[in-house]
Design a protein around this ligand. Structure first.
Ligand code: MG
Length: 395
């Protein structure tokens, strides 16, 4: 009954365009009072049906050498080959990078670095590039450009297909900090695909709480695995850890080579627990704040329910917050329910069997996890009633 009712509520709310904080869709599952409850560092229960559903993202398509792919539906495009794409980039010099006839973004040597107009922070970033077919220069002089995350950390772009150089300056390196774990480049003239996950350093009260890190795939091969940023990196000098701005522009480097780019897009990432995110292991303070918020939302939701459905929902809020007033209310509601059941005919009880077994299982869960006081009178009373009805007998 609870499931049916919840589905109806969901339909009504969805039709009204109201998206409740506590996912009503979740209530369609019979997995309340199920996994371990929230604890000091986790505001959600294990398998919590109140936890919001992940948003739908339509995936894009992969690129081939001949044709660039398409980004996922929630990506923000920085360059897709369209004429207007150039307007997503700025530079200070008169000489400019160009959009080629083939619809690629090409570095004009001497035009300087370019910056995205968009400012963003932690992201999934997708970039494709190709080095000139005509091989010129050696080491750092061959097909060199670079992708500067937050304008600070360079993920090296370099034609190292057959071109040794210092390891921490290789294509896919965090330049000056960490070499790539492999050289997975195609030959020059072919498109190289970089997929990057960037998490900036986070500081609180002047103290580093997360060093920040970057993960990089070159042509699908993992080359940086959550590499700590250590301040960002640089040429010849060892960088020192430091905070990065919350949002900043992406920079592409002019290193004097006509490197071309295509299919550049990013997806902003949800905040980590250290930045106020509510997934993962939280500080006790943050977990408690979130638990209180969830409890309040569930109690609000319970106002639309009646009878034992309401009791179950109000009781559920105690998993998140052991609020004295709510505890009292649950005891009163439960006692009233027991008093009514004691007056009910065996036929009436039989009609409510599924519902009452559900309440018993919730009581057991709450007592097992010490979320109701040991002397919670309604629990043994209901057990007794169920025993008297013969519902415990195996058939
Ligand atoms: Mg470079």
């Amino acid at each position: 009954m609870q499931n049916l009712r919840s589905k109806t509520l969901f339909t009504v709310r969805a039709a009204a365009g109201i998206v409740p904080f506590v996912s009503i869709l979740g209530a369609a599952h019979a997995d309340r009072f199920y996994g371990d409850p929230p604890d000091a560092n986790h505001p959600w229960a294990v398998h919590d049906s109140n936890r919001p559903q992940p948003p739908r993202v339509e995936p894009g398509t992969f690129s081939s050498q001949e044709k660039q792919g398409t980004p996922p539906s929630d990506a923000i495009v920085l360059f897709d080959g369209a004429e207007g794409s150039l307007a997503n980039w700025t530079s200070s010099k008169e000489k400019k990078w160009i959009r080629t006839e083939a619809g690629t973004l090409q570095c004009t040597p001497g035009a300087g670095d370019i910056h995205s107009v968009a400012e963003f922070g932690d992201c999934q970033l997708h970039v494709e590039w190709t080095a000139p077919t005509e091989v010129r220069g050696n080491s750092q002089g061959r097909g060199n450009s670079g992708i500067f995350l937050a304008g600070e950390t360079e993920i090296q772009v370099l034609d190292n297909f057959d071109n040794p150089t210092y390891a921490d300056g290789f294509a896919g390196s965090v330049y000056g900090v960490n070499p790539p774990m492999a050289n997975a480049l195609h030959k020059p003239g072919e498109w190289q695909v970089y997929d990057i996950v960037f998490r900036r350093p986070v500081y609180k009260d002047g103290e580093e709480v997360d060093s920040g890190h970057v993960t990089v795939f070159v042509n699908g091969v993992l080359v940086q695995d959550s590499t700590p940023l250590e301040g960002g990196g640089g040429h010849k000098s060892r960088s020192k850890p430091k905070p990065f701005p919350e949002k900043s522009r992406l920079k592409l480097q002019d290193h004097g080579n006509t490197v071309q780019y295509r299919n550049i897009w990013y997806r902003p990432l949800v905040p980590r627990a250290v930045e106020g995110g509510t997934d993962g292991r939280l500080s006790e303070e943050a977990a408690m704040a979130k638990r209180k918020e969830i409890a309040a939302s569930i109690r609000e939701d319970s106002a639309e329910l009646r009878g034992s459905e309401r009791l179950l929902r109000v009781m559920e809020s105690l998993c998140y917050e052991q609020d004295e007033e709510t505890l009292k209310r649950v005891a009163e509601m439960s006692d009233r329910m027991i008093a009514r059941l004691k007056q009910a005919s065996p036929e009436r009880l039989e009609e409510r069997k599924g519902n009452l077994m559900q309440v018993r299982s919730a009581f057991r869960y709450m007592l097992n996890h010490k979320l109701l006081p040991e002397g919670f009178a309604a629990a043994p009373a209901l057990e007794e009633l169920i025993e008297a009805q013969g519902w415990n007998e195996k058939k």
